[in-house]
Design a binder for this molecule. Structure first.
Ligand SMILES: [Zn+2]
Length: 351
């Protein structure tokens, strides 16, 4: 019975928070800055492996070739399957330093990174179905392939793409994506922190961009961030276009007809400031516990009291006339009294 009710998230002292990987190499965590090796250089057999149709329909053309080479192999039946040694981040190869013939397409100059979020497959995490009956029974989620949707994630100087696994409960047949809140909430903080983005209905936003909005003050508006992002995206796209056209230009023969050059892909526009504000609101919602904890640390002596009446009664003698109390924010730990405007001296700040 103990094992049936054991939570997926083990305490830190447990040596193995997940089951031991079977017939699999130890998981490799690569930082976003660490470029992945380029499997095409190791094996040319992967060159003709197609991407899954759903991915192909959603990813831009320039991502197809390098991703299919890096991530997929053919199984015995000739169908494309993921390779065994998976990692989170996949970085595309840089364009060749020297071209001996004109580039067939602008694709090598416009590739973007790819993030593969598979907590079950990569880390062998013990994930439970969140349906009440299944959760009570300790029913685990198992893999049922790749999730069809590929996410486009807004980064500082461009976009990257993100895919995940599809997980299934064999008891209630419910399926969830690997990046759903049900799954993310079951991970320990260290692995949860590896997930790099905030997801909204259509697009997604990298946390590097989200953090830029946290210090909201005069002059740090979403409009300014939008303008900065647009400049960064434009500069990056322009630099890549220049590289591509410079290579093409080397193969133009003076006096001969101009060689046809495939146009570079259009720059994907940066989402509106309103969308950025939506992402910021979602970030605040996700960190509300942390923000309340900060209030606790500042007004610790007040928060230890459990009712507004006690607080106002205690403060009545000294500062009751000089304070405008805003509201009480209820949370699971009690109540937080938030002074909006303090005109006099605060008794708890007198050293
Ligand atoms: Zn279930």
């Amino acid at each position: 019975m103990r094992s049936r009710h054991r939570p997926a998230l083990r305490p830190p002292r447990s040596p193995l928070p997940f089951r031991a990987p079977l017939r699999r190499r130890p998981p490799q965590l690569l930082s976003p800055q660490t470029p992945s090796s380029w499997p095409a250089q190791r094996s040319t057999r992967r060159q003709d492996v197609p991407l899954p149709e759903a991915w192909k329909a959603q990813l831009p053309k320039e991502q197809h070739e390098w991703l299919s080479r890096a991530l997929f192999r053919r199984n015995k039946d000739g169908r494309p399957v993921l390779i065994d040694s998976l990692q989170l981040w996949w970085h595309p190869p840089a364009p060749r330093p020297v071209f001996h013939q004109p580039p067939a397409s602008p694709a090598p100059f416009f590739t973007r990174p790819f993030f593969l979020w598979m907590p079950y497959r990569i880390w062998s995490f013990r994930l439970l179905c969140r349906q009440p009956n299944c959760h009570r029974a300790g029913q685990r989620l198992t893999s049922c392939g790749l999730y069809k949707t590929v996410r486009r994630v807004l980064d500082i100087d461009g976009w990257y793409f993100m895919a995940t696994e599809y997980l299934e409960c064999r008891l209630c047949k419910k399926k969830v994506a690997g990046w759903s809140r049900d799954v993310l909430e079951q991970l320990d903080p260290a692995h949860r922190a590896e997930f790099p983005a905030i997801l909204t209905y259509r697009l997604s936003c990298d946390l590097k961009v989200v953090r830029l909005m946290r210090q909201r003050s005069l002059g740090n508006s979403v409009s300014m961030l939008y303008n900065k992002l647009r400049e960064q995206h434009s500069e990056t796209w322009m630099a890549r276009t220049l590289q591509y056209l410079a290579v093409c230009d080397r193969f133009q023969v003076p006096g001969a007809d101009a060689r046809q050059v495939a146009p570079p892909p259009a720059m994907v526009p940066v989402p509106s400031p309103q969308w950025l504000l939506t992402v910021h609101a979602e970030d605040v919602r996700a960190r509300i516990g942390e923000m309340k904890a900060r209030v606790t640390s500042i007004f610790g002596s007040v928060l230890k009291m459990d009712s507004t009446k006690k607080v106002t009664k205690k403060l009545a003698g000294a500062v009751a006339r000089t304070m405008a109390w805003a509201t009480n924010v209820g949370n699971e730990h009690g109540q937080v009294l938030m002074p909006m405007r303090v005109m006099g001296c605060c008794p708890w700040r007198r050293g």
